[in-house]
Design a protein around this ligand. Structure first.
Ligand code: C2E
Ligand code: CA
Ligand code: CA
Length: 265
């Protein structure tokens, strides 16, 4: 393809040409979407089971494609992470979340942080500056990082969590149980909330082992003064079991799908 008079070494570990082309196209598309403000935050309520009221809302990122269709984060976040654009996305999400808090007194929001954010020295100063500018009570903002990100970069994640908590914001460990789920990590990581991975929630009514696991995690978390959140709550059968187990909060299609804020009220 590159013409005669060249040689090129390939190895089976190389990313294929196709994957590379795909990545280049998507990188340009994501950069363009950032410039054209085609990103949007959707929100999904997280319900406090004892009261039935939302304790906070998780911000979930959406991208409008050039032709207007909606693109989900599983499609563009991994590419943004490989191409460095994820930093712009993390900052954009943080900015938008704080502006949303400023416009909606009493509301609380949780945002997802990428692996990249663990080593991003600017995120903390940006957070401080935005909180001061908008005079937001910091406890209204919570950050979610996945168990695997926290454990892969244990020391930088711990450091970031501490600094963010020193500012007064909360921290949640997302997708708990999908990887290590170990007491040793839980003891070291300064998290306020544990979000049990949806894979352990969706089959609760039919799977006794999952019920035992969720109960054990919940008791352990409560013993450590942490709150437990269950995701993927899709029906009343699941909800009833979670109430029996004593889980604190729940999120899922049973309560609401992620939506624009104005469509949630
Ligand atoms: P996550 O943080 O684990 O978010 C939960 C995902 O489950 C969301 O998918 C949500 O729409 C979906 N969900 C919620 N309730 C239910 C339910 O009852 N049943 C089922 N089957 N699914 C449910 P979404 O919005 O497509 O996001 C996927 C992932 O992309 C998120 O997983 C998160 O890791 C990442 N992500 C989303 N927004 C952001 C962001 O702003 N920044 C970063 N870095 N990552 C984000
Ligand atoms: Ca999350
Ligand atoms: Ca999750």
């Amino acid at each position: 393809d590159r013409g005669r008079g060249r040689w090129h070494l390939f190895s089976s570990q190389d990313t294929s040409r196709e994957q590379l082309n795909d990545r280049i196209l998507w990188k340009e598309e994501i950069a363009q979407a950032l410039r054209e403000e085609r990103f949007e935050l959707y929100f999904q309520p997280i319900i406090h089971l004892a009261t039935g009221a939302p304790c906070h809302f998780e911000a979930l990122l959406r991208m409008r494609g050039k032709e207007g269709g909606m693109v989900f984060p599983d499609r563009f976040i991994p590419i943004a992470e490989k191409t460095g654009l994820i930093q712009n996305i993390d900052h954009w999400v943080l900015d938008q979340a704080i502006e949303t808090l400023a416009r909606n007194p009493g509301m609380r929001i949780a945002i997802n942080l990428s692996a990249n954010a663990m080593d991003d020295p600017t995120i903390l100063s940006l957070l401080k500056q935005r909180i001061q500018r908008h005079r937001i009570a910091p406890e209204r903002l919570s950050f979610e990082i996945t168990e695997s990100v926290a454990i892969d970069s244990l020391s930088s994640a711990t450091r970031l969590m501490r600094s963010i908590q020193d500012l007064g914001c909360r921290f949640a460990l997302d997708d708990f149980g999908s990887g290590y789920a170990s007491y040793a990590y839980l003891r070291q990581l300064p998290v306020d909330d544990i979000k049990i991975d949806g894979a352990f929630i969706r089959d609760l009514p039919n799977n006794r082992e999952d019920r035992i696991f969720v109960k054990a995690i919940t008791d352990m978390a409560h013993g450590m003064d942490k709150r437990v959140i269950a995701e993927f709550v899709e029906n009343t059968d699941i909800l009833t079991i979670l109430e029996e187990i004593g889980v604190d909060c729940a999120q899922g299609y049973f309560f609401s799908r992620p939506a624009r804020l104005e469509d949630l009220r």
